[in-house]
Ligand binder design. Structure first.
Ligand SMILES: Cc1ncc(COP(=O)(O)O)c(C=O)c1O
Length: 336
């Protein structure tokens, strides 16, 4: 099962017809997520991961507590980007040891919370590393550190680039050796590296190339590591089709690259675990937005009508066919 079913021309969500679900919720609009679709997607991803690769959920893709609680036992860890997300992950029962905290704008209070919780900090700048050392000293606890690298290559085809030239994400690769050498005396426990080159990529061969190049970069930088590398997070960015005509991601080249990357990493850094942090790919296609179809909007040339949703957010018109004009009560409609 990889998409919403229909039964007698009605969309089924979580085994319920959409109209019944809308009655159960008691109001529109709302978002609905199908737990079975999420579980099926995570299972499908696991099929292409070589044994030992850890799958994390990047909470920023959807922080709804019920969803995070459902996903938590299906994955090996969580990735968070704020103290709020950290709290969500911990409240959902995630083990602090399996949580990674990335994000370029971490505040001092967030660094202290992260150190106190014992999560792995993906450090994004030399300044942040210094602030983290201060937090560790103040709390009398070592801070677990992975350096987030701003890769020296750009990911073609990504919706948003996070590497290749100056970027606000991660430490430029050329600064990393000096930072690694200065880390040991400051209560900073080095564990590894994080590379996240870009998001919303629908081209499997580009993701494959980025995985290989990211690992090359990490292995080069590992020469200066103050301790054995235990953790290599090579990001997410697996895209989902948003617009008509977009093709779903082909996982075959990604699977091949992961097999190669995993075996190269095991050979070069035997203590290291490979981690992927996927967001939208795990949950994005398991959700729908449900609104009641309002009045048809007149004056559109041709045979097309536009339906205003009943809650009056005008930018959310959607096109319909005049032959399908609603006869009576407003009907719930889903926008996937
Ligand atoms: C550091 C980091 N990790 C994970 C994600 C999740 O990305 P995606 O939903 O593209 O897998 C993002 C998205 O921007 C990110 O910046």
């Amino acid at each position: 099962m990889d998409r919403f079913d229909t039964f007698r021309d009605e969309l089924q969500v979580g085994g319920l017809p959409l109209s019944l679900l809308a009655e159960r919720v008691g109001q529109t609009p709302f978002y609905a997520y199908d737990r079975a679709l999420i579980a099926a997607r995570i299972h499908a991803v696991r099929q292409v991961l070589p044994p030992g690769v850890r799958l994390h959920y990047a909470i920023k893709a959807n922080p709804m507590p019920a969803l995070v609680g459902w996903v938590r036992p299906l994955v090996d860890g969580m990735d968070v980007a704020s103290a709020g997300e950290l709290k969500l992950a911990l409240d959902a029962g995630a083990d602090a040891a399996s949580i990674g905290f990335a994000g370029p704008g971490k505040r001092e209070a967030e660094l202290r919370q992260a150190v106190a919780s014992g999560v792995l900090l993906h450090v994004e700048s030399a300044r942040e590393l210094r602030a983290l050392a201060d937090a560790a000293q103040a709390l009398g606890r070592p801070a677990r550190v992975a350096l987030r690298i701003n890769p020296d290559f750009e990911l073609r085809g990504a919706g948003m680039h996070m590497g290749g030239g100056p970027k606000p994400f991660g430490i430029d690769a050329e600064q990393v050796p000096a930072l690694l050498r200065g880390m040991a005396p400051h209560g900073l426990a080095f564990e590894g590296f994080h590379v996240y080159p870009g998001s919303q990529n629908l081209r499997g061969e580009v993701i494959a190339e980025s995985l290989r190049r990211s690992l090359d970069l990490v292995l080069r930088l590992a020469h200066d590591a103050p301790a054995p590398v235990r953790h290599v997070n090579l990001g997410g960015g697996w895209g989902i089709p948003y617009f008509p005509g977009e093709q779903a991601l082909d996982l075959a080249p990604v699977a091949d690259a992961l097999a190669q990357v995993q075996s190269d990493l095991a050979r070069a850094q035997p203590a290291a675990r490979l981690v992927l942090e996927l967001g939208r790919y795990l949950v994005g296609e398991a959700g729908i937005y449900v609104a009641r179809q309002g009045v048809p909007w007149p004056g559109v040339p041709g045979d097309r009508w536009w339906y205003a949703p009943s809650f009056g957010r005008l930018w959310q018109f959607w096109p319909g066919d005049s032959a399908q004009l609603p006869g009576g009560d407003w009907q719930p409609a889903a926008i996937a």
